[in-house]
Every structure is written in C-alpha cells, then in structure tokens.
Design a protein. Structure first.
Length: 319
C-alpha cells in the first residue's frame, strides 16, 4: 500500500495485508476545497492496532499550518477510536500527499509552529508527519494498492486538461475491489472533484464510472445520485440554519444599538424640554437608528417641544 512512501522503519512495523478503509472523513467542511482525506485502520506486527491517516493537500502551494490541521484531525481520530473502544490511544501515522508545482518548504515537525524558547519545545506537544510529493514520481513509479494508486493518480492529474478522459483508466483500477469499498471511493472522489476542479462535469464522471464498471456503473451512479441529493439537502439545511443564526445575531446587534440610541436621545430631550409624555417618547423610540442619529444632531437647535413634534411629523410623512 504505502511501502514506497513511508519510511522503512515505520513500514516494517505494519501488517501489509491488514489495511482497512474507514469511511469517515475528518476534514472541516469549510476546508474541503483544500483538503481530502482517507483513513486506514492497520495492525502492527506486535499486536496493536493503529491508523494511517492520508491527507490530500490539493492546493497549488504548501500550507504553512498543515501540521496544526493534522493535529486537529488526529484528535478527531482518537475521539472516533475511543468511542468504539476505551483504552490507550491508538497510534496515528499522518501522511501528506502533495502535488503542487511549488517546492514543499514547510517543516515536517509540529514544534516548528511554536513561538517559544528551543529548550521549552522539548516538553511541548510534537509529532512529525510524512510527506509524499507526487511531482517527484512518474505514473509508472507510483506503486500502491488499487484504491491508493487511484487516489494518488487523481490527485496528481487534478489540474490536467485531460482529467475527464483519465478518469476511466483511474476508476478501472478499482474493478477488483469489493462493491462497498469501490462505492465509498467513488463517493469520496465525487466530493473531491466538486471542490477541487471545474473541468470535470457530473456527466464526465458518470461516463467514466459506467465505462470502468460496465456491469455495475448504472447501479453505482443510482446509489451516488440518491446520496448526493441527501448530502445537498443536509448542506443547504445547515447553511440556512447558519445564515439564520447570523441574521439573528446581526438583528440583535442592530436592535441593541437602536434601543441604546433611543434611550440616549430621550434623556437628551428630557433634559432640554423636561419629561416627555408617554406618546411622544414612544414616537421617538419608534424611529430607525439612522433617524435617531439625525435627531441627535438636530435636537440642540429645537427652541421648544413643538419643534420636536414638527420634526417627527416630517419624518412620518416622509415614510
């Protein structure tokens, strides 16, 4: 699977035949434009279980805070694991696959992100992620399992002008996989393509799936289409809720500012003309924030309360 891209001393600890794909993604929804991920559960030769976490970094330049993002996702993986089985935390081996044209010049150590004395960094949280820079390999040199190879080739050619044509061959690598794993991979790819490129349409994707899986292509697309409709429903529902909350906050702030401005204006008028009657005060409090600001500028020129009433009448007629 990753024997060519993990350090030898790490690969030698793993059972090569034990890799099992976990369907969960740990990337924040708002960062899926920049990252995709795959998580594999794996057995160590000494008997423990752990994870290999592959983060596909598909921007065209290195991300300076990639180690921080990895730590966040590793924490979620630990939470995911402990919900299933309590006990010591499993090892998580983070791998970043990068395909940008710019040279990767970001340190691999998490401790590089600290602004602290060097002697203190030794006692702070640290880990090192493993980097696979795809531009250093030809397609023939990419030696992985079927799913991983398909993912890497897709990532490598995501900005190629002929990606739509390449999809058929890339998906063809998955023919030997069981149905559930193939479907899960196709689902991940569809989400990734939607975020990473505009050059591949849903119809391009459909043609590639049907060509690669002659006997199951229609079934796969029917399943994916139904799930995408549900994904879109969830997305727009959550977006509407977020926008509703945001509008509520904005309205709350505006209401608070208006009430504060109205109270200040009423106090100023009361000091100038004496206590206002309830009806007149209510008319002042009904003014908009902009009208209250205008009244605050003009009230000092009012000779008496009748001038205030005339001003309020003009505002009412203007509406």
């Amino acid at each position: 699977m990753l024997s060519h891209y993990l350090p030898c001393h790490v690969w030698e600890l793993l059972q090569p035949t034990s890799f099992r794909l976990c369907k969960d993604s740990f990337v924040d929804a708002d960062l899926r434009e920049y990252f995709s991920d795959l998580l594999y559960r794996v057995d160590f030769k000494e008997g423990q279980q752990g994870f290999v976490y592959i983060l596909f970094e598909h921007k065209s330049y290195p991300a300076p805070d990639i180690a921080f993002q990895l730590l966040r996702y590793m924490t979620r993986i630990w939470e995911y694991s402990t919900r299933q089985e309590a006990g010591a935390l499993p090892a998580v081996i983070p791998v970043v696959l990068y395909h940008g044209s710019a040279r990767w010049n970001v340190p691999l150590e998490f401790a590089s992100l600290y602004r602290a004395p060097e002697s203190l960094k030794e006692s702070l949280c640290d880990f090192t992620y493993y980097l696979c820079d795809l531009k250093a390999y030809t397609d023939g040199e990419i030696k992985l399992g079927a799913m991983a190879m398909a993912a890497v080739l897709l990532l490598k050619h995501i900005h190629s002008g002929d990606l739509a044509e390449r999809l058929r061959d890339i998906f063809g690598l998955l023919r030997a996989m069981n149905e559930q794993n193939a479907l899960e991979f196709l689902r991940t790819v569809l989400r990734y393509l939607g975020a990473a490129t505009k050059s591949v349409t849903v119809e391009d994707y459909r043609r590639a799936v049907k060509a690669a899986f002659a006997d199951k292509g229609d079934m796969f697309m029917d399943r994916l289409s139904a799930e995408l409709v549900e994904e879109q429903r969830k997305y727009w529902t959550s977006r509407a809720m977020a926008e509703g909350i945001e509008r509520g906050i904005e309205k709350g702030i505006e209401k608070g500012m208006k009430e504060g401005a109205a109270s200040v204006t009423v106090r100023l008028l009361s000091r100038k003309f004496g206590s206002l009657d309830a009806a007149l005060e209510e008319r002042v409090r009904e003014l908009s924030l902009q009208e209250l600001e205008q009244l605050g500028e003009e009230l000092l020129d009012f000779p008496d309360e009748s001038a205030l009433r005339k001003w309020l009448n003009r505002v009412r007629k203007a509406h």
